[in-house]
Ligand binder design. Structure first.
Ligand code: PLP
Length: 436
């Protein structure tokens, strides 16, 4: 495909490309990826990397999955894009109906956008306008400590407590932040933490009575905060509190969606009915950027009328891109299949088998597991700190693509990973941490 050598490509990258979440002043040159197959990324240098972070949590069925690649190619030859105001198309209609079919209750109305940040932005904007359309001045948002919801201004605001947005303080609106009852396997304080979190939440809801537009949470697992988990029980109590306050519950399932928690969605696992669900990362199996904000029928009806100003005047150039929708449908075909469901079970079983052994290493604490995600803390790290960078490099050295988040090591593999590959990943982890 390319007549440029790897060295030339690296030089052009160094000259022209600005990489995300990277301090280029100290980071080593980016690894040049040539291809991928299954859970493995092939480097141009001939090395292989076992991708146990699913390339930032997006990949479900492996790299360059042939079924999804074919679905995209066929769609591209038929219809690549069409304006989504006034027009609709089969892949969008089918994807919306299919995702709605997996969600509880009347979560039936699907709004398309481009990535996790915009899915959250859309939910925040819909919640606010829903209330103003009803003649209610509810404009306060409640979020949870450490929560991350994306990098656009609104999603930064509700994620302001995650601690990486200091440079944009002026761009964020104020948000009420409640404690997130972080727990782990065998945590005896879980109950007490939930009680404390609920007390704080109650205080916030009372102080803002009649003013809360919505409460947003990453259900079961706060991803970017370091795979911090809470119990399903907390979410059920939260749902009841939000109902009592007459407000709206927004679930940011951008990371937890599409099987990561062992169920197709965290809200299904927790048995709750939110008012909005934000989906993105796994939606297209990791092929194309796309997202959905799914909401309930009464919200949609709250925007109907004769005035244009009552409508949701929001959209993006590529809203409901047919290629993304085709990828999403192919990914769902795979996800719903018995083979993938069996892999999800197998991944959880291997995590369950291996995590206790890893947890016995000195310095390891707070071992936790939810579906296909396993995580633990390692004493003495620190975000981007010397040791966590050294550890990332030690893993890369052994052909394992992991990105420690501060003190936290986690596995979030694509579902296609084989038993042998997953055991190898755990072996490498045990080896690296026992040499610290
Ligand atoms: C990644 C993530 C986002 C942001 O998604 P982008 O596609 O990166 O904009 C939002 N919420 C959660 C929970 C995420 O993990």
């Amino acid at each position: 495909m390319s007549d440029l050598s790897s060295d030339e490509l690296r030089a052009l990258d160094a000259r022209h490309v600005w990489h995300p979440f990277t301090q280029a002043g100290t980071a080593p040159p980016a690894i040049l990826a040539r291809g991928g197959k299954g859970a493995t990324i092939h480097g141009a240098d001939g090395r292989e990397y076992l991708d146990v972070c699913s390339s930032w949590w997006v990949n479900l069925h492996g790299h360059a999955n042939p079924m999804i690649a074919k679905a995209i190619a066929e769609q591209a030859a038929r219809l690549e894009q069409v304006i989504f105001a006034d027009f609709t198309h089969e892949p969008a209609v089918r994807l919306a109906a299919r995702v709605a079919g997996h969600l509880p209750g009347d979560l039936d109305r699907v709004f398309f956008s481009d990535d996790g940040s915009t899915a959250v932005e859309v939910a925040l904007k819909m919640a606010r306008q829903y209330w103003s359309n009803q003649g209610q001045d509810r404009r306060v948002y409640v979020a949870f400590h450490g929560g991350y919801h994306g990098d656009t201004a609104g999603s930064m605001s509700v994620g302001r407590s995650c601690g990486i947005f200091a440079a944009w303080e002026n761009m964020m609106f104020p948000v009420e932040v409640a404690p997130f009852p972080v727990t782990w396997d065998g945590d005896e304080e879980a109950e007490a933490k939930e009680q404390r979190a609920l007390l704080a939440l109650d205080e916030i809801l009372e102080r803002n009575a009649g003013k809360v537009a919505g409460v947003i949470i990453e259900p079961l697992i706060q991803g970017a905060a370091g795979m911090r988990m809470c119990r399903p029980h907390f979410l059920r109590t939260l749902e009841a509190r939000v109902r009592e306050a007459g407000s709206l519950l927004i679930l940011d399932e951008v990371m937890t969606g599409f099987g990561r928690t062992g169920e197709i969605f965290a809200c299904v696992k927790a048995g709750i009915l939110p008012d909005f669900v934000c989906l993105s990362k796994g939606l297209t199996g990791g092929f194309l950027p796309m997202s959905l904000t799914v909401t309930r029928e009464f919200i949609y009806e709250g925007f109907l009328g004769t005035e244009v100003s009552k409508a949701f005047l929001h959209g993006h150039s590529y809203t409901a891109n047919p290629l993304g929708c085709a990828a999403g449908l192919a990914s769902l075909d795979l996800l719903e299949g018995t083979e993938c469901q069996a892999r999800i079970q197998a991944i959880e079983a291997i995590h369950r088998q291996r995590l206790p052994g890893t947890a016995r290493h000195p310095g390891v604490s707070k071992a936790r597991l939810c579906g296909t995600i396993a995580a633990f803390d390692l004493a003495g790290q620190g975000y981007g700190g010397a040791l966590s960078t050294r550890m990332k490099n030690a893993f890369l050295e052994k052909g394992l693509l992991m990105r420690p988040m501060g003190d936290v090591l986690y596995l979030l593999p694509p579902y296609c990973i084989t038993d042998m590959e997953l055991h190898r990943a755990w072996d490498i982890i045990d080896g690296v941490i026992s040499h610290l």
